[in-house]
Design a protein. Structure first.
Length: 210
């Protein structure tokens, strides 16, 4: 049996995940947690083979919680769950010690397979994330980071740095604000930045604004 601990601050989502896993003949949910303290309590209690951990946890967020879990239990596989695009937090999660990353939108279809992969001692990343990682590794290491951006991502960077909102950028590029949000998430990940202010500073330092 693969014993799973579910950590998410939304009770309804935990219930949904429990139902999915309980339907599997080789899986068992042995604990639930809604915040950092409960996660550590469940993990320290032992008995879990895989930890499902939401990134947007209250108090200490999922990345911080992940680091503490891996510090105390380096061999415990952790699958990060998130509503955020993979480009935004997946690489950061993997660097912090996660064995896999899964967007909640696709969790129902891929969750069981991902957990089995982790239980076998393997990592789990989606094809989309693998493509993103491969693209970043094959780039020119001496080139400025923004040269790995797509045309739309570069346009988004410049327009954000110019002070425009996602809605205004969407109008200018004839796409939805949601699409612009995806572009923003991707360029933040590729440039290893976290906020619009950091994007603006980067654009100024590299003289990308007209």
């Amino acid at each position: 049996m693969i014993r799973v601990i579910i950590a998410d601050d939304h009770a309804i989502l935990r219930q949904g995940l429990r139902q999915i896993l309980s339907a599997q003949p080789d899986m068992e949910v042995v604990g639930e947690a809604a915040n950092y303290a409960e996660v550590m309590q469940q993990v320290r209690r032992g008995g879990g083979d895989v930890l499902l951990l939401d990134i947007a946890m209250p108090g200490k967020n999922g990345i911080e919680t992940l680091k503490q879990v891996k510090h105390e239990y380096p061999k415990l596989p952790v699958l990060m769950l998130s509503m955020y695009p993979e480009d935004q937090y997946a690489v950061r999660s993997l660097k912090a010690g996660a064995s896999g990353y899964l967007n909640k939108v696709s969790a129902a279809d891929q969750l069981v397979h991902a957990i089995r992969q982790l239980a076998r001692g393997r990592r789990y990343i989606t094809a989309e994330l693998a493509d993103s990682l491969a693209a970043s590794l094959t780039g020119n290491l001496d080139a400025p980071a923004h040269e790995v951006l797509s045309d739309r991502e570069f346009q988004t960077l410049c327009l954000i740095a110019a002070g425009k909102t996602l809605a205004q950028i969407g109008d200018e590029l004839a796409v939805s604000p949601k699409t612009i949000s995806v572009y923003r998430a991707r360029l933040l990940a590729k440039l290893n930045l976290a906020t619009n202010a950091e994007l603006t500073r980067y654009a100024l330092e590299h003289k990308l604004l007209e």
